[in-house]
Design a protein around this ligand. Structure first.
Ligand SMILES: [Zn+2]
Ligand SMILES: [Zn+2]
Length: 412
């Protein structure tokens, strides 16, 4: 079957990093280890596993980061990746083969596969996180069956959605309602990252003003979900490009500053003026605000966005870090000084929702069916697998191409 695979060695890492400074295409060209190959299908790891055929495989920001070697080899996230990997964890797929203990899964059922391989997929008794439905925080992601990896798209043993098939445990399957299109369904995983982050720390009555840093799909998803759940306070946002700014305002932000706006005045000054405050200037020019925004969702998670979040949130405010931008050398001083709460969020799970418990995917399915998260505005590009190099060129120049989110059409 066809599969986009990735396997970086230490010498290749240095070579690509060196040459990539001059030409980004080095990261997906001949020198890189990214290839569309013909590989054998993965065997089902157990009786209660199924094989699925992806219809669409989405391109997560973290996939692009991995290909651009954004996370250093010694990073936390890298420790769990078992290379060579078949890329792609965002998916909408169809069940094509069932193990002997998975016969009650209807063949042909359209599913979103939750990529995380947690306790039940490993045949282990549930850990405390899995008991609470927080599979992304599973304690046993490195235990049990050897070599499975922690997630679809980060392991050769289960494969990924940028391929003609991959395997999944029955506990990972969430049925896609018939009313949703494939284009909507492939957005469910990245939008779940937004929903999960907001549900980890929803605005309280004290949180009047929320700031969202970054208007890629996850940032935009946070704005949509805040409004969908009835948040009446103000939402400010920052975006890199003008088209993202337009979308953010359309989807419910009150103010959104793009890079061009910020040339004249940075957002510390803008927020300071709004609250009648004066931005404090640090010794080397970095600014600090001592009032203002109550709650920040940092959908970028890089060094600059994390530092800015901590410096501009109000004293005793909250910062939720959602993006995985591998920040290093962050000045964490504001955390004790301003007595901040800093939280992290990642992935999806079982959420407390409307008096019951639902998988994040099911919440997003319902909201999509009700008209939220417009796929025609959010899934801007679909490529055949063969065009992965074009896809990466466009996704690393989003501004030029008006790209919000992209997916590969694998089948269907
Ligand atoms: Zn992702
Ligand atoms: Zn677990």
């Amino acid at each position: 079957m066809r599969a986009i695979t990735f396997h970086i060695s230490v010498p290749k890492w240095f070579l690509c990093k060196g040459l990539g400074r001059f030409r980004k295409s080095v990261y997906w060209g001949r020198v890189s280890t990214l290839r569309l190959r013909d590989i054998p299908e993965q065997p089902l790891p157990g009786d209660d596993w199924v094989r699925v055929r992806p219809l669409l495989g989405g391109v997560c920001g973290s996939d692009v980061e991995m290909i651009l070697l954004g996370n250093p080899p010694d990073s936390f996230a890298k420790a769990f990746v078992i290379e060579p990997v078949v890329l792609g964890h965002e998916n909408v797929a169809v069940v094509t083969e069932r193990g002997p203990a998975a016969r009650d899964v209807p063949e042909g059922m359209r599913v979103n596969v939750d990529p995380v391989i947690a306790c039940s997929a490993r045949g282990l008794a549930p850990c405390p996180s899995c008991r609470a439905g927080q599979f992304c925080a599973c304690h046993n992601q490195a235990q049990g069956q050897e070599g499975l990896g922690f997630s679809v798209g980060h392991s050769g043993a289960v494969g990924g959605s940028w391929a003609d098939s991959f395997v999944a445990h029955t506990s990972q399957l969430v049925r896609v309602p018939d009313g949703l299109t494939d284009a909507q369904a492939v957005l469910v995983d990245p939008i779940s990252a937004s929903v999960h982050a907001v549900l980890r720390r929803p605005p309280t009555d004290e949180d009047q003003d929320v700031l969202v840093l970054g208007c890629g799909l996850v940032g935009l998803g946070i704005i949509v979900f805040l409004r969908a759940m009835g948040f009446k306070g103000r939402i400010f946002a920052t975006a890199r490009y003008r088209f993202q700014q337009t979308l953010a305002l359309h989807l419910g932000a009150d103010e959104c500053w793009d890079r061009r706006d910020l040339k004249q005045k940075d957002y510390f000054d803008r927020l300071a003026a709004m609250y009648g405050l004066r931005a404090v200037r640090g010794k080397y020019g970095k600014k600090i605000l001592l009032g203002g925004v109550d709650l920040v969702y940092d959908a970028l998670g890089n060094r600059r966005s994390v530092e800015d979040s901590l410096r501009l949130v109000r004293p005793q405010g909250t910062v939720v870090i959602v993006g995985m931008g591998h920040p290093r050398w962050v000045d964490w001083d504001p955390v004790p000084y301003k007595q901040l709460t800093v939280m992290g969020s990642h992935g999806r799970g079982i959420e407390a929702w409307k008096g019951g418990h639902r998988h994040t995917y099911e919440i997003v399915h319902d909201l999509m069916a009700a008209g939220h998260f417009p796929a025609d505005r959010l899934l801007t590009h679909i490529f055949p697998l063969e065009d992965y190099r074009t896809a990466l060129r466009i996704l690393t120049h989003k501004g030029r191409h008006g790209a919000v989110h992209a997916a590969f059409r694998v089948s269907g």
